[in-house]
Write a protein that binds this ligand. Structure first.
Ligand code: ADP
Ligand code: MG
Length: 273
């Protein structure tokens, strides 16, 4: 199915993975298999509660699978794997730390040398348009700027895998589009390409950013379908949006999510009776 990507080594391999909570009363995801190639951007869309965040937490080594296999760079995950960085929906900044210290946090946690921290953090802060804001605190920044700090913190670690959990969901629509374009701009540089697992509620965002888009079912989450996006790199969002295939893909993915939406609306109707 994924002709180009099967040539590349897998960054992440997930086989028959399940995650249960509360002694099995909640099955977050069940028998889920997925492979993410090195330097591939895989976007995942799926209904709320289908286990997307839990899946990312398992890949990040912050939670264990209940069953199945999970490999990062061919090694089973037991604790946070090397080379994996995470970007959170609510930015995950420490409010008492400055922009600089927040951006340096991941590297500092990894005991990176001071010179490396200085070089990488100033490089990515400048790229993110945050030069001059080093001494500011998160509350002094807009949401878009805060999430740029979250991105800088992850990128400065020079990860081979980036896990992004609805990173732009808390931003207004315009800022979101700007950050999408910035992320695309960054990912166009071959030296900056990483394996990215990008979770989003926005079908448009998934199509614009993904090499592939995985559609999940409602809980217990499974991979319902994986679609390969027909655009390569460099990728221009305006060209993609104007392409008739964009609308076709969007309609197709909406359709794939439809049963979940109907379930949700009928539950809502029942609750309203
Ligand atoms: N620590 C936990 N304890 C119990 N249930 C949890 C825990 N974390 C997540 N869940 C449940 O697992 C399901 C999947 O959650 P989550 O991964 O956050 O979904 P998503 O990110 O797709 O919205 C939800 O029903 C959620 O309530
Ligand atoms: Mg989530």
């Amino acid at each position: 199915m994924v002709s180009s990507d099967t040539q590349r080594p897998a960054a992440i391999t997930i086989e028959g993975a399940s995650k249960l909570f509360l002694d099995g009363a909640v099955v977050a995801f069940h028998d889920l298999s997925l492979s993410i190639a090195a330097q591939e951007i895989l976007c995942i869309v799926g209904p709320s509660g289908c286990g997307k965040t839990t899946l990312l937490r398992c890949i990040a080594g912050l939670a264990d699978l209940s069953a199945g296999r999970l490999l990062v760079h061919g090694r089973p995950v037991a604790g946070p794997p090397e080379g994996v960085a995470m970007v959170f929906q609510h930015f995950g900044l420490l409010p008492w730390k400055t922009v600089w210290d927040n951006a340096a946090f991941g590297l500092a946690m990894n005991n990176a040398p001071a010179a490396t921290i200085k070089e990488r953090v100033s490089h990515y802060l400048a790229l993110a348009g945050l030069a001059g804001f080093e001494k500011h605190y998160p509350y002094q920044l807009s949401g878009g700027m805060q999430q740029r700090v979250g991105l800088v913190r992850a990128l400065a670690m020079n990860p081979s895998v980036m896990l992004m959990d609805e990173p732009f969901a808390a931003l207004d629509a315009q800022t979101r589009e700007v950050l999408q374009e910035e992320l695309l701009g960054l990912m166009q540089r071959p030296s900056e390409r990483k394996a990215v697992v990008f979770i989003t509620h926005s079908i448009d965002e998934a199509i614009l950013l993904g090499d592939r888009v995985a559609v999940m079912t409602a809980r217990p989450g499974r991979i319902k379908e994986i679609l390969e996006m027909p655009w390569g790199w460099p990728r221009d969002v305006n060209v993609v949006r104007a392409d008739p295939r964009f609308a076709e893909l969007r309609a197709h993915i909406w359709d794939g999510l439809r049963p979940a939406r109907l379930d949700a609306s009928s539950a809502f109707a029942a609750a309203g009776d």
